[in-house]
Design a protein around this ligand. Sequence first.
Ligand code: F1P
Length: 352
Amino acid sequence: MEKEYFTLSEILDTPNTLETVVEKINLVENIASRIIDLRPERIYYIGCGSSYYAASGALTPLLLEKFPFHAYSIPASEFLFYHSGNIGNNVVIAFSRSGTTREVIEAVKIAKKNRYTTIGISCNENSELVKIADSAIVIDNCSEKSFVMTKSFTALQFTGLLLSLKMINLIEKDDVVENIVKEASKLPKFIFQALDDIDKCRILAKETINDKNFIFLGTTLTYPLAMEASLKFIEMTYSLSEPFHILEFRHGPLALAERKNDISIIMLLANDSSYKNSLKLLKEIKEKGFKVFEISNSGNVIKGVRVSWEGNNYYLPIIYAPLIHATVYYRAILKGYNPDRPEHLRKVVEDF
Ligand code: F1P
């Protein structure tokens, strides 16, 4: 019998953790309205590692367009290096599973000194982040034994996304946005069912087991998840992986056709305005001899995993994330690695 690691049970627990986020929607709305009442000049979504990618997914450029203020998602360290000098009516939203990552804490401290309003989103109620932030959202059932972030990543992004959507709705009441927020309650059950197909993730891991490198292609909606997927392949399976925006693949990375035999490309597709061109690229790179897989909500998946989500595409990264986490988990197992405790990885980085 194959040994089961914490990481697998944590991935499978994603829907339960998302359920607790849905239950916090009033708190999320409260904080959104506090931010909007401030009429801030700038909002920074910050974090480190997977939490930075969760922050980026919570602020997709699509949402950014709807904000009347400037909003950025940046690593906490870059905030410290280049953005901490601004003084004024700004907001920092800090994402951190542990709530103790040093760069995040330093960023929040300096933001407070500069009179910013600070919001923490964390899995750890007793953390320094939750203590020092002006307001905090603590996600229940979100801490993990595994060093790598799986369900916590998905829950942090989901919470941040709901916060962004609530802010947009408060800026200008919009029934479409309100309905998207309402749809959030359908996600836990949908993901629970999608994880029934976890064998497809194992098959994907098996089919790519001999590849040394991975490329994740995403669009505006799925690109932050492409970054997270790449980090996870590096952390759990020591395989070099790179994210690109889908059609950016033609602008340089195509040269890797020289090494196509040890590379797998995984496309994170959405059946939206990007789909037709994505399929064209898929065909083109297959003809070049690359192995290409899809995670998609379109009906035509040839190799990979199809999800039948018909709700709003903003939620696609939340649905795809546990499927990607499961694929990396199986790759680690098949390679004989310990997915709970990857070599050299620290659960929390406490130096800066
Ligand atoms: C984030 C993080 C992880 C990474 C590593 C170190 O921590 O960068 O993404 O896997 O283990 O910590 P946190 O701020 O969310 O606790």
